[in-house]
Design a protein around this ligand. Structure first.
Ligand code: GLC
Length: 558
């Protein structure tokens, strides 16, 4: 495999600063990813599809949209069609949301370095919600970038990079050099007038699990910053190049793996408690894929970087094949699994992981629409977790881990199963919940994760931004609009809770923090992206080999 041929550079064209990052994003992948398996997804040519050409003219020009989305500095109001501009009156809660977001800012020696997880004064139990979580800061960072305030993002990236350099231990065991913190906290000493930082790499976290997602989010955010500002000096700095390589060393190392997916412990990402997400959870695989692609666009092909570039290209090739084939579930695939033979030996096996058809849960037969599909929660030997996880599926769309057909199918499923997956408050973290005996076994009787609560089928407003981004990418902004309307109808009255409970997501979560920062930032990011879809270039990656098919959905006219 070949490495980079040319170093990253800034090219100035007219009034736009075009960073070559956008070209590099797709350069390798075109060769790296093999032709996607053509999925047979029946889609009737509906009125909605026919009017796609109108959509292309009125909303986003299909050819130019993605290029536009990739160019930093191109989000001029002139690029936003009138129809869109006119339809978005500023909602009265936007100002309130910005105020709350700014209130959550954390300063280190006078410089903003992040936002705390929740600014909930009413809550007696602070726990670690007064810390800056890496994953929680992502929507805050995107909001600041979209608002033309990149400094806090740069400071955050540099501060967490410093923390990565710390020696990390749990008891007597030393963690890998590349591990990024789950969270950090700034301690102000008013007497000595000094600021110090404490960080948590999993050694304080409930369950003592290192956050696998932090490093991935860090790389994704570094690219978002670079894309949005056109400033290549940060990502090209020796410190950032090293930081990326250290993260990649953790997940590209060779070992006993027989699959290209990343093996990890329960609770190592957004779902940071025991919830049966150990093994090869979709969220981690999608973030892994996305960060590999982001790193590929930023790594310099120098002596140290070249080897990583080669390893990334190979891994992407294998990972996309594995995910698109073995994690994908639609009506046809479900029927095939239902009819699987077991105990097949040798490479001719169809049922490669020896999944027992009897282990397919009842609910999935009714849940699966004729049109639509999704990446299941987990695939490992004799174990398929059929649960739907929102974040993993949305990130799969954004990173182009999902083929265009798969992306459309995921959106179709969301529409078909709106009641179940969105309900009254976007968006279910996973579906369905687990209860009874299964809950006891899988969660270890976790009282916070009771059925339809928190990580166990709870509804998380933060997920609105990932849904909105996926909607824009697939050309279905109307779905996002619908979800935003739901949020706007009550979230400010409920004081921006962390999560909602219940089958429909109707109740403010049992132990939900109020003024949860990522609920606030997620809303702002969703609004800004809908207003100006070119923002999506910061967090979306195209695969030019797979021509994006932007189609209208059946619900377009809703
Ligand atoms: C909860 C969430 C986790 C989040 C943290 C801070 O632990 O599960 O994803 O990062 O709160 O908001």
């Amino acid at each position: 495999m070949e490495g980079h041929k040319e170093p990253l550079r800034v090219r100035v064209e007219g009034s736009h600063t075009n960073c070559s990052l956008s070209e590099m994003d797709d350069f390798h992948l075109t060769r790296a990813l093999e032709k996607p398996r053509q999925l047979k997804i029946e889609r009737k040519r509906s009125l909605d599809e026919r009017s796609m050409s109108e959509l292309s003219n009125g909303y986003v020009r299909q050819d130019s949209f993605l290029d536009m989305a990739h160019s930093p500095g191109s989000r001029s109001i002139l690029d936003t069609p009138l129809s869109v501009r006119n339809s978005f009156e500023p909602h009265p809660i936007i100002a309130e949301a910005w105020e709350a977001l700014r209130r959550s800012m954390v300063f280190f020696r006078g410089q903003p370095v992040g936002t705390i997880a929740a600014y909930d004064h009413a809550s007696e139990e602070v726990l670690n919600y007064d810390q800056v979580f890496v994953r929680d800061f992502v929507p805050s960072a995107l909001a600041f970038l979209m608002n033309g305030e990149p400094d806090i993002v740069k400071n955050f990236l540099l501060k967490t990079l410093q923390l990565q350099g710390w020696e990390k231990r749990v008891d007597r065991f030393k963690l890998g050099e590349g591990v990024m913190p789950a969270s950090f906290k700034v301690l102000h000493d008013p007497v000595r007038k000094t600021d110090t930082i404490v960080a948590d790499f999993g050694e304080s976290a409930i369950g003592r699990v290192a956050p696998v997602d932090s490093g991935f989010w860090w790389i994704i955010l570094l690219r978002a910053y670079t894309k949005s500002t056109g400033d290549l000096t940060l990502s090209e700095s020796p410190e950032c190049q090293k930081g990326m390589r250290l993260i990649l060393s953790l997940c590209l190392s060779e070992g006993f793996d027989t699959f290209p997916t990343l093996l990890c412990a329960d609770g190592c990402s957004m779902v940071d408690r025991r919830m049966g997400v150990y093994g090869y959870p979709i969220e981690i695989q999608a973030l892994f894929f996305m960060s590999l692609r982001c790193a590929l666009s930023m790594l310099k092909p120098d002596e140290e970087g070249r080897e990583f570039i080669e390893r990334i290209v190979k891994r992407l090739h294998a990972l996309s094949f594995h995910m698109r084939n073995y994690f994908w579930l639609d009506f046809q695939q479900l029927n095939d699994i239902y009819r699987y033979k077991t105990e097949e030996y040798s490479h001719t096996a169809v049922n490669k992981f020896n999944v027992m058809p009897d282990s397919i849960p009842e609910w999935v037969f009714d849940f699966m629409p004729l049109r639509g599909g999704y990446f299941v929660g987990n695939v490992s030997p004799a174990r398929m977790d059929f649960r739907w996880f929102s974040l993993g599926n949305c990130v799969s769309i954004l990173s182009s881990l999902a083929t265009p057909d798969q992306s459309m199918a995921i959106m179709d499923l969301l529409e078909h199963r709106w009641e179940e997956l969105v309900g009254e408050m976007p968006l279910k973290i996973c579906y369905p919940c687990i209860e009874g005996h299964e809950w006891r076994i899988v969660t270890g009787c976790d009282p916070k994760n009771t059925r339809w609560s928190y990580h166990n089928g709870g509804s998380w407003p933060v997920l609105l931004w990932t849904l909105t981004a996926a909607c824009i990418k697939t050309g279905r902004p109307q779905i996002a609009r619908r979800a935003i309307d739901l949020i706007e109808s009550r979230i400010h009255r409920d004081c921006w809770p962390e999560y909602y409970d219940g089958k429909q997501g109707r109740y403010v979560g049992k132990q939900a923090r109020k003024y949860q920062t990522w609920s606030i930032a997620g809303y702002l990011v969703a609004k800004m992206m809908l207003e100006d879809p070119s923002h999506i270039g910061m967090i979306s990656l195209e695969d030019k080999q797979m021509k994006p098919v932007i189609k209208r959905s059946a619900s377009w006219t809703c």
